[in-house]
Write a protein that binds this ligand. Sequence first.
Ligand SMILES: NC(=O)C1=CN([C@@H]2O[C@H](COP(=O)(O)OP(=O)(O)OC[C@H]3O[C@@H](n4cnc5c(N)ncnc54)[C@H](O)[C@@H]3O)[C@@H](O)[C@H]2O)C=CC1
Ligand SMILES: C=CC1=C(C)/C(=C/c2[nH]c(/C=C3N=C(/C=C4\NC(=O)C(C)=C4C=C)C(C)=C\3CCC(=O)O)c(CCC(=O)O)c2C)NC1=O
Length: 290
Amino acid sequence: MFGVVVVGIGIAGSVRIRDLLNPLPSSPSESLKLQGFVSRRELGECNGVQQVSLKEALQSNKVDVAFICTDNQNHEQSIRSFLEAGKHVLVEYPLALSAQAAHELWQLAEQKGKVLHVEHIELLTEEFKQLKKEVDGKELVEGVLHFTGGALDEQKFGFPSFSGIARITWLVDLFGSLNVTSARLETNNDEKYSKLTANFATGDNRPLTWIEERAPGLKREKKVKFTFKSGVLDTFPPTSRGAVGPFMLDQNLFAQKLLGHISTEELAAEKNRILHCIELAEKIKQYCQQ
Ligand SMILES: NC(=O)C1=CN([C@@H]2O[C@H](COP(=O)(O)OP(=O)(O)OC[C@H]3O[C@@H](n4cnc5c(N)ncnc54)[C@H](O)[C@@H]3O)[C@@H](O)[C@H]2O)C=CC1
Ligand SMILES: C=CC1=C(C)/C(=C/c2[nH]c(/C=C3N=C(/C=C4\NC(=O)C(C)=C4C=C)C(C)=C\3CCC(=O)O)c(CCC(=O)O)c2C)NC1=O
């Protein structure tokens, strides 16, 4: 059994508590036991789970694992503290808000011999799995991924290439390692509007464009237009709702890592993808600030 604390009780943290309290029968998640949660607010109790202080969570020998579900700007500090205290860590993406911090945190986890898992529900949705099937085996000519969504506070969630890292992860998972060729950010502070445009080249030197557009009230939506030698893909293939939600799938994967059931090859591939995506986010930020 691994004792767990959840840190940060917003949307993601609440889903984590729900899923920890209701593990799928006979799934790896049954080896996780929720011991408490950490919040800056005085919540006392949440679904029968006790609030604990950050200090208690770090020091308690009943806690083996921390789920970090706070705003992005807090991830680095929280991960560092829990790893230093000898705990395994699951963190909601993005791992950190700079490539350097990401590398340091990974090094620390390895030094401490602890699992550092970066949630990646964007790869675990039925929508993405179907898209990946469609794309598999096709030869890309050029492509665009356009995301729209509500405004995010940059103070809390970081530069848009980091808060939007799930879109980079999609492109890397579909088309392999990428290079950033240019990027720009347009903003209108009065309207809390931001539009990031990043241009990539694939390993075969094919162009990919990512647009991340955010403003209050903008609907959370993704559009793709992938031109292949064999034709254009510009609608998402139809999907049925998966039997198990993406956060639960991610939690099961994490539990399998704790149990030592994931191969070293798979772990290394995941680490490479995560660090590669963070490096792309960093390069995009640099281009935008030039
Ligand atoms: N909402 C979602 O569907 C998904 C969220 N994520 C990630 O999950 C993280 C949280 O996102 P949301 O839950 O959507 O945001 P949110 O704003 O609803 O929740 C963040 C919570 O963390 C708390 N918090 C911040 N600093 C803290 C600290 N030092 N100690 C304790 N609590 C602290 C805030 O008060 C807030 O309640 C982000 O990293 C986000 O990228 C990732 C995938 C999906
Ligand atoms: C309803 C309001 C709503 C909010 C405020 C919300 C926030 C939100 N959703 C995210 C990702 C995500 N959110 C979801 C899914 C959900 N997340 C949910 O809160 C719910 C209800 C679902 C529905 C099943 C998924 C699958 C991702 C991964 C990225 C993606 O594929 O879009 C992220 C991480 C950053 C990002 O990739 O944009 C945030 C902050 N999502 C929402 O849907």
